[in-house]
Write a protein that binds this ligand. Structure first.
Ligand code: NAD
Length: 438
């Protein structure tokens, strides 16, 4: 699926291409996104390195129906196992592998570097160094290419399939420059990788529109029964989304004092529990701090953070999150970088990262807790941003374009997969490698 904004359409025209090339303007390449009738990547995978991950990665690549090659003139992905690099001198292996082939990476190609978590590695220095390499490659890649670093803990070699399937496909079209950590976990591969959530119940807050509606759609596509939650005023839109995804609705304001109890009661009575909870509902009430009244402050903290904490506590206290459960937060790059006019919003979104940090350890073994941090995503929320700020937000990333709600949703679906049991405590930005907070 290809969708272009107005500048992007111009930049792809004959005149536009000439002007963009001459003046050095941003060149937003149309991103290749997931489509069930297309292979995950447009080209074969070249796999290099000599660590403990070469074998499992090779098997996963083949099971995806992708060609694994040792040489060629055009690649869909370059994957390098750096997990065994145990001295600073051996960092030169990165240069030896990538330098001769990087320019043969095709459009929307993928670079994935695999490492060992620095604190668990023979050389903490060398493994930490991989981050600078990968993030720079992401910035150099043109034409919709992405680059990520995946730290795989010793013992987690069998827990990487869902992550590689996500990264080596159009599902991760707008994710670049990220560092992902995978820990050991007992992972059972889903019977059908196209419907990994079959039999699962997912609750999505703020599901009537924008990113929430896309999350409901993607989780429904992947086989989940989706309970779509939103405020009563959004009832009509909410029903339309629920009907589209074959799910059900739950109308309530998550900040209401009885909201946690009503959610627990709903999922218990209707479904006997819940497998996946996506805290997507969020609001902005922007003003610079000196002009911000306490209502704006309180409302944003209550919806974006306080309600989520209370709902999580209630769900775990009532033990309604089923085994191998998933709690997924929606943060923002504003929660990482801060933003003018958004002290309230950035506080709440940084708090979501705090929630991941605190809860992921506490409920480990019962559920994973992760969050996405979207950058500029094309929704009603960002359409309301003044033109020049909007244009800056859209272009200030390695992809020179805004992401789509589906990009956030696909990332959440990867966290939600039962095969992602080793992906815990991560905050992954869906921001096209935004310069903000990088
Ligand atoms: P949106 O305003 O289109 O949708 C938010 C939804 O949440 C709405 O349907 C709204 O009714 C619902 N909601 C608000 N308060 C609620 C409450 N008290 N109880 C129940 N539901 C409530 O926004 P969006 O752009 O789709 O954003 C979704 C999430 O992504 C938000 O958390 C937002 O902060 C985050 N985000 C968005 C962007 C972006 O670029 N659009 C960037 C970073 C983060």
């Amino acid at each position: 699926m290809v969708r272009m904004d107005r500048y992007q359409s111009f930049a792809r025209s004959a005149l536009g291409r000439f002007v963009v090339g001459k003046v050095g303007l941003p060149d937003p390449y149309p991103l290749r996104r997931h489509s069930p009738d297309q292979p995950p990547l447009d080209g074969p995978v070249l796999l290099g390195g000599s660590g403990r991950l070469v074998e499992p990665v090779g098997a996963i690549v083949k099971s995806m129906g992708l060609d694994l090659v040792t040489t060629g003139d055009r690649y869909g992905a370059l994957v390098f196992d750096a997990s065994g690099i145990d001295t600073v001198e051996r960092l030169r292996e990165l240069h030896e592998f990538f330098q001769p082939v990087i320019r043969a990476l095709g459009p929307c190609g993928r670079v994935v570097v695999l490492g060992t978590p620095p604190e668990r590695a023979e050389s903490q220095i060398a493994q930490r160094a991989l981050e600078g390499f990968t993030r720079s490659v992401g910035k150099e890649l043109k034409r919709g290419g992405t680059a990520q670093l995946v730290y795989v803990a010793p013992g987690a070699e069998g827990a990487i399939a869902s992550t590689l399937r996500f990264l080596l496909s159009g599902r991760s079209a707008y994710v670049s420059g990220q560092v992902i950590r995978i820990g050991p976990a007992d992972v059972v591969a889903p019977e059908d990788w196209d419907r990994p959530l079959a039999g699962k119940v997912a609750l999505v807050t703020g599901a009537s529109r924008g990113i929430g509606a896309a999350i409901a759609e993607v989780l429904g596509r992947d086989g989940a029964h989706v309970v779509c939650l939103d405020v009563p005023a959004q009832g009509e839109d909410l029903s339309a989304v629920a009907n589209r995804v074959g799910g059900t609705t739950l109308q309530l304001d998550i900040t209401a004092p009885d909201a946690p109890a009503r959610i627990v009661e709903h999922v218990t009575q209707r479904h006997g529990g819940v497998d996946i909870v996506v805290h997507n509902a969020g609001i902005t009430r922007d003003r610079t701090l000196g002009r911000m009244d306490e209502d704006r402050w309180d409302a944003v903290i209550a919806v974006n953070l306080g309600a989520q904490e209370r709902v999580n506590e209630a769900l775990f206290a009532a033990e309604v999150v089923r085994p191998n459960g998933r709690i997924i937060g929606v943060s923002s790059i504003a929660g990482i970088a801060g933003n003018v006019g958004q002290t309230n919003y950035a506080t709440s979104k940084a708090g979501v990262i705090g929630m991941v940090d605190s809860l992921s350890g506490r409920v480990a073994g019962r559920a994973t807790v992760n969050a996405v941090a979207p950058g500029f995503i094309e929704t009603k929320m960002t359409a309301a941003v003044p033109l020049f700020i909007r244009e800056a937000g859209r272009r200030m990333n390695s992809m020179s374009q805004g992401g789509l709600p589906v990009d956030v949703a696909e990332t959440i679906a990867w966290f939600a997969s039962p095969a992602s049991a080793g992906v815990n405590g991560n905050v992954v930005r869906v921001c096209g490698q935004s310069l903000l907070g990088a």
